[in-house]
Design a protein around this ligand. Sequence first.
Ligand code: PRP
Length: 188
Amino acid sequence: MLVTAMKCETFVAHEDPEVLISEADIQARVLELAEQISKDYEDCDELVMVGVLKGSFIFLADLSRALTIPRVIEFIAVSSYGRGSRPSGAVRLVMDVRGNIEGKHVLIVEDIVDTGHTLKYLIGMLDSHRPATVRTCALVRKAERAEVDVPVDYLGFDIPDKWVVGYGLDYAEKNRTLPYIGTITPFD
Ligand code: PRP
């Protein structure tokens, strides 16, 4: 039987992403973060890494595998009202962690901190589960876009206020699986 290739619509931006952070630089920084986290938690029984869906899935996979301490993986999902050029800042929980994190050391793993509303909400929400500690780790942060003060205990890179894709980050669900982080100019 003859199978013809599917034609898929993939054009979501005016141009291909321009490399902002290379694959090699990401991998090197992930190893540095993993080394620091492993050191900081070396006396703990277990670290609960909470990945924030969807964007953190690749960063979490690489970071968690590079740790040298006991760790378990959880996921959480949130939705932001008014996401786009004018986010409202309101965050809604879509999926909570499955396991009991009471008394555990928790590390929230994010791909990006933009306005900071999501991370601030998550810290408060996870705190309500009464863990021993809650810290935060983000691959990239747009410091210029910050609307709230939120601690990022482990940060990969500060980046300029540009639309970024790749390594988990998307534009209209596209380009998440690029091995590097690139910038695009989205359609209006
Ligand atoms: C991104 C990112 C953070 C949030 C940060 O998620 O993964 O969760 O935005 O933005 P903030 O600092 O302005 O609150 P997004 O809503 O794009 O969903 P996704 O991870 O499923 O792509």
